[in-house]
Design a protein around this ligand. Sequence first.
Ligand code: SF4
Length: 393
Amino acid sequence: MRHNKPDNSPPDDDNCLTRRDFLKSAALASAGIISSAAGLGAFPAPAQAGTDPGVREARYYEALGGGRVRCTLCPWRCVTSDGQRGACRVRENRGGKYYTLVYGEAAAMHVDPIEKKPLYHFKPGSRVLSIGTAGCNLRCKDCQNWEISQRTPEELRAERRLTAASPQQLVSKARANNIPVIAYTYNEPIVFYEYMYDTAVLARRSGIKSVMISSGGINREPMLSLAPYLDAVKIDLKGFSEDFYREYTSGQLAPIKETIKRLIALGKWLEIVYLVVPTVNDAKDTIAAMSEWLLKVGGPSLPLHFSRFFPAYRLKNLPATPIETLRGCRDIARAAGLHHVYVGNIRSVSLSSTYCPKCGKIVVKRDGYRVLAYDLKPNGACRFCGTIIPGLW
Ligand code: SF4
């Protein structure tokens, strides 16, 4: 066994790759020297029966010879040998083939309002069938869903937390309950790409929409392949520097920016969420730089949600984000030129409603996740002045 991590144990922060380590490791891996997943929780696989639930051959990987494969789904590009697992804990090399271990089993399944995702310019007030599985390709210290995202499928199965739910069953469930949207959410849906993809294809055929709630770490080819079946995407922008991403997520910012630009170029409906963590990513110049970049790549109509942090996971030592900080972030983003800037995880009509940028009237009045009033015409025009508000209404 090559790995020094015990099976099923989450990586300690000390064991997360630094960016330098990551680049070095990736270079060595591409030279066929070591596994690029070794530093970020490449776990030995537990013994598996031949007919494992949840197992399907992965769509994006390449054989490297000698039984090794390189996963090409996300920026980690994990290189594994037989019996090893990628950094997300849910993809595994078995005899020189690569497999997803989280196909057709949901670790979480709920019916939510679309505002909870949050998507504010997409079918306001709609109910959404939300599903998630195990695993993640990041290690965010403030993860709200670590109990599924930082776990293996085996752990969740042992706790009876997995529910068999094929793509067809999900679509049938949505149809039977008149739920118009399926959301791939809770943990990072990119790590259950095949499950999400097949569900989205079936959903499209049934007239049900699909939305991906993601942190955006996905490579170009799989993103281009999936995009036609997605109706909207929310990307969590966790910070706005490589240093922040390295220290607080063990990931990288650059690929996330690429995904955002790619989705905008594809014309996909996109909303951005930025969780404001006190003293960690709330510096005014950071908020300004991020807002200016979003304006440059997405224009003034790209919705930006500042979300309130509450102590969680490995950041329990920090306080909840002060409301004044959130207001300040909103002011900075609006001053940068973004028209639709929201504050989430709080109840506030003024901070969560959609305003017409021309006449200033509220066109979608919200209180928390509830839509209280709706003053848009079917084409998205403000009922008071006729200005078109971009979105999928
Ligand atoms: S999806 Fe998982 S296995 Fe594939 S590159 Fe990303 S972290 Fe590694």
